[in-house]
Design a protein around this ligand. Structure first.
Ligand code: FES
Length: 154
């Protein structure tokens, strides 16, 4: 069940939309910000709030890759695996993350610090390879830069 605080926050956010359904992504992001990820229970809460079916809410949640349908770490690194980044060294950056944190794509470190996920083009092709950690985008990432970048994300 949505808390009163969540409900107020969502009602506020929906003021900017012509109808409840149009605000589905914002609602999902707001609930995720509070709860860390979108569980099946959250899908039901949101569906009830938006007066939609849970299947419709789930289809938006699973389509939009910034919505997490499984628990994630305190920080999420999105590694671009589209063509420019692939050509410019995506594999080496991925290998470095794997070596440094003992996790591959889709996994979370044991201490819950970091989850690494693939993402399509981040719009930084001229700075490939690119990755985004939480809301921050990094370009021209090389294996030896990974540790320095990650220092900000404990
Ligand atoms: S292909 Fe990676 S940012 Fe565009």
């Amino acid at each position: 069940m949505l808390s009163d605080t969540e409900r107020r926050e969502l009602e506020d956010a929906l003021k900017h939309y012509p109808d409840k359904r149009s605000g589905t992504i914002d609602v999902l992001l707001l609930v995720q910000r509070r709860r860390g990820w979108i569980s099946d229970e959250s899908i039901l809460d949101i569906a009830q709030f938006l007066e939609m079916t849970s299947e419709d809410v789930d289809s938006v949640a699973t389509f939009y890759n910034l919505i997490f349908r499984k628990p994630v770490g305190r920080h999420v690194a999105f590694l671009c695996d589209s063509i420019s980044c692939w050509i410019m060294g995506y594999e080496q950056v991925r290998e470095q993350l794997k070596k440094q944190y003992d996790i591959d794509l889709g996994q979370t470190t044991r201490d819950g610090r970091l989850t690494v996920l693939p993402i399509a083009c981040l719009g930084q092709c001229e700075r490939a390879p690119a990755m985004m950690i939480d809301q921050n985008v990094y370009g021209e990432v090389t294996p030896d830069k990974v540790e320095t970048i990650m220092e900000k994300y404990k």
